[in-house]
Design a protein around this ligand. Structure first.
Ligand code: NAI
Length: 254
């Protein structure tokens, strides 16, 4: 059974792997046996990710990628496959947010978030599937959020983008099952990272944590099992699924 979680012989590409969840996911996939391509805009940060994965260039490599640019997406896949062969697993993780009241937001707040989180995930999934379909399939894991399933104030474009990612996951799963491409989404709740620890130490952050049934933030390692389930053969009958990992946040009382 445990062998079904192995990614030996696979080539996984992780977008937005220069920090946070993406960098962590790259490590998890590498430890499970995959050759890993880490892709994002900041090449120096990517080099650091590759160094953390062993750095000998045989099982991890970096390629530049801007998910909002179709030419960059195509070039990233071409560069990744030139070295490590066909991409069989994609983690669609790159994402940004903007915070503020919807009445006050500028057009740019909307368009940048939708462009990166939704259109970018679409471009990457489509590029991946065009390679996977004629080669016998693969697994695409879209990183959504519990904010794609319920809302809170001050992050409207982000919540809309992630709801789009959830629906995109289902639409692509339906169309691509015939090509043996599985498309699933991982929807994390609030996970502790370097970027948000100051907020969660504040009064507003502590109040938010009290609304999570488990009364705590998630840890990066708590995403490992769900990620591997969706990425590997262990999830071979799963497609169009949205797996939440949130300490019960979505079932908090109304
Ligand atoms: P982060 O800011 O540390 O990582 C985001 C990554 O995406 C960075 O490497 C950044 O360079 C990259 N990126 C942004 N725009 C890009 C573009 N145009 N092209 C290529 N790469 C780009 O944030 P974090 O927290 O690690 O988020 C990763 C994903 O997880 C996002 O999709 C986020 O929405 C999602 N998420 C995070 C949660 C959390 O609690 N941290 C909870 C739920 C979802």
């Amino acid at each position: 059974m445990t062998d079904r979680f192995s990614l030996a012989g696979h080539h996984a590409l992780v977008t937005g792997a220069s920090s946070g969840l993406g960098r962590h996911f790259a490590g998890v996939l590498s430890a499970s046996g995959a050759a890993v391509t880490v892709a994002a805009r900041r090449e120096s940060a990517l080099a650091d990710t590759v160094a953390r994965l062993g750095g000998d260039g045989r099982t991890a490599q970096a390629v530049p990628l801007d998910v909002t640019d179709p030419g960059s997406v195509a070039a990233a896949f071409a560069a990744a496959e030139a070295r490590f062969g066909p991409v069989t697993v994609v983690i669609n993780n790159a994402g940004i947010t903007s915070a503020g009241a919807a009445l006050d937001m500028g057009e740019e707040d909307w368009s940048s978030v939708i462009d990166t989180n939704l259109r970018g995930s679409w471009l990457v999934a489509q590029q991946a599937a065009r390679g996977m379909a004629p080669r016998g399939g693969g697994s695409i894991v879209n990183i959504a959020s519990i904010l794609g399933l319920r809302v809170t104030g001050g992050v409207a474009p982000y919540a809309v983008s992630k709801a789009g990612v959830v629906q995109m996951t289902k639409a692509l799963a339906l169309e691509w099952a015939r090509h043996r491409i599985r498309v699933n989404a991982l929807a994390p709740g609030y996970i502790e990272t370097e970027l948000n620890d100051a907020f969660f130490a504040s009064d507003a952050g502590k109040a938010l944590i009290r609304r999570i049934p488990q009364r705590r933030l998630g840890e990066l390692r708590e995403l490992d099992g769900p990620l591997l389930l969706l990425a590997s053969d262990a999830g071979s009958f799963m497609t169009g699924s949205v797996v939440t990992v949130d300490g019960g946040h979505l079932v908090s009382g109304l």
